[in-house]
Design a protein around this ligand. Structure first.
Ligand SMILES: O=P(O)(O)OC[C@H]1O[C@](O)(COP(=O)(O)O)[C@@H](O)[C@@H]1O
Ligand SMILES: [Mg+2]
Ligand SMILES: [Mg+2]
Length: 342
């Protein structure tokens, strides 16, 4: 019996075991990241069970509050936010939290403080909650520069400083996708065990894609490169078949499909939203990190998304995420329109 091979078998690898294996690659590690992740996993399990019984537990509908984005908060937005704030603080491994649902950053009190900064969207795809369509949670993890002097600047780091990122999709099954410098892996929750099991090891996005994903309802406000790219998807000149349009309206679900099938997801800037709609810290950066770790690209229309340095906690950014070759085409269209002085 080859014990080494057996210990690496992935067919029954829980996320906890997986992260412990990861940790063993860093002899200096004290297990802080593992503990932090275990608390994020706990939060995902809690939100997953709440989402599953939302209709029964009267968790459908509005909470009666408005968040910093001016959006009416859903009951599940508020509940998920509380769950993750509690889970992250009680991990004892965080010092600064930024949530889509809270205007100010949370500075964790010294008694509970650790070295990690977590930026998160507790419930993504809020417009799909009440109709039971896939929604999710998005998170990104940074390291603080100096644990004894935590400042708001620590939350406004470029995306390229991110250590890890992930999302949990609450859909037909509950899937947690985690990205670290060692790659992107997907875990499916087995509700009977209450365990996330590794089901999608080492996710690599296909280099090309047959799917484009965008809210075409905004088409009349799009810039020229976006309009041209979508035109090419629908009416390809090179004898290729047209691409298929898939748009769920939950970034987590649209990105999950894009990672597995290839293609492109975009929320471009337009005349109505000159900065696009999606938030840089806890939507654009984590998904860009995952996309790059999986071999894809993340482009803003002007530059590599992860090179952006945020100025504000809740700022927005246009974003094009997906297969390497699709984003290359988008870059060429923007370069051409720039050259034309558009
Ligand atoms: O309805 P639109 O304008 O297409 O926007 C859909 C986008 O907005 C979002 O719902 C915004 O996220 P939240 O639900 O977390 O606010 C994304 O998940 C999604 O990609
Ligand atoms: Mg969101
Ligand atoms: Mg949200």
């Amino acid at each position: 019996m080859d014990h080494e091979a057996d210990s690496q078998r992935t067919d029954l690898m829980t996320i906890t075991r997986f992260v412990l294996n990861e940790q063993s690659k860093y002899p200096e590690s004290r297990g802080d990241f593992t503990i932090l992740l275990n608390h994020i996993v706990l939060g995902c399990k809690f939100v997953c069970s709440s989402v599953n019984k939302a209709g029964l537990a009267k968790l459908i509908g509005l909470a009666g509050e408005t968040n910093i984005q001016g959006e009416e908060q859903k009951k599940l937005d508020v509940l998920s936010n509380e769950v993750f704030v509690n889970a992250l603080i009680s991990s004892g491994r965080t010092c600064l939290l930024v949530s889509e649902e809270i205007e100010e950053a949370i500075f964790v009190s010294p008694s509970h403080r650790g070295k990690y900064i977590v930026v998160f969207d507790p419930l993504d795809g809020s417009s799909n909650i009440d109709c039971g369509v896939s929604i999710g949670t998005i998170f990104g993890i940074y390291m603080v520069k100096d644990e004894s002097k935590v400042t708001i600047e620590d939350a406004l780091q470029p995306g390229s400083n991110m250590l890890a990122a992930g999302y949990c999709m609450y859909g037909s099954s509950c899937t947690l996708v985690l990205g670290t410098e060692n790659g992107v892996n997907g875990f499916t929750l087995d509700p009977s065990l209450g365990e996330f099991i590794l089901t999608h090891p080492n996710i690599k996005i296909p280099r090309k894609g047959k799917i484009y994903s965008v809210n075409e309802g905004n088409a009349r406000n799009w810039d020229e490169p976006t309009t041209k790219y979508v035109e090419k998807c629908k009416f390809p000149q090179d004898g290729l078949p047209p691409k298929s349009l898939r748009y769920i309206g939950s970034m987590v679900a649209d990105i999950h499909r894009t990672l597995l099938y290839g293609g492109i997801f975009m929320y471009p800037a337009d005349m109505k939203n000159p900065q696009g709609k999606l938030r840089l810290l806890y939507e654009v950066f984590p998904m860009s990190y995952l996309m790059e770790q999986a071999g894809g690209q993340a482009f803003t229309g002007k530059q590599r998304a992860l090179d952006l340095v945020p100025n504000k906690l809740h700022e927005r950014s246009p974003i094009f995420l997906g297969s390497h070759d699709e984003i290359e085409q988008m870059k060429e269209l923007y370069a051409a329109s720039k050259a034309d002085g558009a």
